[in-house]
Design a protein around this ligand. Structure first.
Ligand SMILES: NC(=O)c1ccc[n+]([C@@H]2O[C@H](COP(=O)([O-])OP(=O)(O)OC[C@H]3O[C@@H](n4cnc5c(N)ncnc54)[C@H](O)[C@@H]3O)[C@@H](O)[C@H]2O)c1
Length: 355
């Protein structure tokens, strides 16, 4: 089997390449990346050693697809992945649109040409921000928790957010690009008869992730805590009570592998995947974990709200379990320990990640 991974030098793309090569004998992987993410270039040597054929190319450029070898499957892991992209930071809204959405036509035309299956790494950020902010929450120590004794809207339960939850705007410019990609990928698949799977992923984390305050928060927080960098709780009264679940890309690889191998052509195509309630914590709890490991490090508070911020996000992966027998296997503790060990071995990680 031949696989094309876009964004192959990124955290998720490189981890998927490594895991799938380990698990699928005979797999050949072509990896495409424009290396725009600071740190991505450091994954090149590792991927080459694994036998990945790396192509320095840009998904926005139609001509960059002309000479690519044919593939049976494509995993699209190239994106500007921050929820603040296009509204804060160096990337303009037009650039975000071009990287995350306009480029999709090149991938879908390539999939059409080669009859390749297409796997989109979508995001929990396709869900409606007002609806998420209106969820009934209670306090559980220093973390928000869902108050499931109150009436809940469709698509949310104690297990988390599922595909039925509202995707009404606003979802952020980033979330909007993902939602539009979902629709177009499914339409191309249906019109031109190639399989499409959409995985709305919660926070992905693990050792070797590039972390900034805007993206890769678990990696950023652990590295910054260890290096005694100033840390700050933003929004939510500066309490650090906002909660996210996290899962490792190795677990995402199991879902992708199951999707590649299924023969099913009917039924759901969109799934939510994430760490789930057992793999969730607030920022304040993450600080407590770091304090216990590295010694106490104070965190400042900035109560001013951040655009697009949400208090609680846990993914309900019941659909993936039902249809693919999928379960997250890497526990949060192992994931965090891996990040901490990696941080200890790489004193320059924050600088390399562009912080
Ligand atoms: N990390 C998460 O928590 C998370 C959660 C949900 C979804 N996702 C999605 O997973 C995918 C991978 O995310 P990640 O965390 O590995 O991010 P990452 O920034 O580490 O990797 C993205 C890679 O894509 C490359 N890239 C960006 N624009 C490109 C372009 N125009 N042409 C070619 N390459 C380009 C970058 O150089 C980078 O190596 C993204 O689509 C992201 O939206 C990530």
């Amino acid at each position: 089997m031949k696989l094309l991974i876009t964004g192959a030098c990124g955290f998720v793309g490189s981890s998927l390449a490594e895991t799938l090569l380990e698990r699928m004998p005979g797999l050949r992987v072509t990896g495409l990346d424009n290396l725009m993410r600071p740190g991505a270039e450091t994954n090149r040597a590792r991927l080459r050693k694994l036998g990945v054929e790396l192509v320095h190319a840009d998904v926005r450029a139609a001509s960059d697809f002309e000479n690519l070898p044919a593939a049976d499957w494509i995993i699209d892991a190239a994106a500007a992945p921050s929820v603040l992209a296009g509204v804060q930071g160096a990337l303009s809204s037009r650039q975000l649109f071009e990287h995350n959405l306009a480029s999709l036509v090149n991938l879908l035309e390539y999939a059409k040409r080669h009859r390749a299956g297409f796997i989109l790494l979508s995001s929990s950020r396709v869900y409606s921000i007002p609806a998420l902010c209106a969820l009934p929450l209670k306090l559980n120590g220093c973390a928000f928790a869902l108050d499931d004794s109150a009436a809940l809207p469709a698509g949310v339960s104690a297990r988390g957010i599922g595909v039925e939850f509202s995707t009404a705007a606003p979802v952020s410019l980033y979330g909007g690009t993902k939602l539009a990609c979902e629709a177009m990928a499914l339409e191309y698949g249906s019109a031109f008869h190639f399989p499409v799977w959409v995985n709305r992923c919660g926070v992905l984390a693990g050792a070797g992730q590039f972390g900034t305050p805007d993206q890769g928060i678990f990696s950023y927080w652990v590295n910054a805590h260890l290096r005694r960098r100033p840390l700050r709780y933003t929004g939510f009264e500066g309490s650090g009570r906002q909660v996210r679940d996290a899962f490792h890309p190795r677990d995402l690889a199991s879902l992708v592998q199951a999707q590649i191998h299924t023969q099913r052509d009917k039924g759901p195509r969109i799934y939510t995947a994430g760490g789930g309630a057992a793999s969730a914590m607030s920022l304040a709890q993450l600080t407590a974990w770091c304090d216990a490991r590295f010694g106490r490090h104070p965190v400042a508070a900035d109560p001013s709200p951040r655009p697009y911020d949400i208090p609680w996000m846990i993914m309900d992966s019941a659909g993936a379990t039902r249809d693919f027998g999928w379960r997250r296997e890497v526990p949060l503790e192992a994931l965090l320990s891996g990040v901490a060990d990696h941080a200890a071995q790489h004193p320059e990680w924050l600088e390399m990640s562009g912080v």
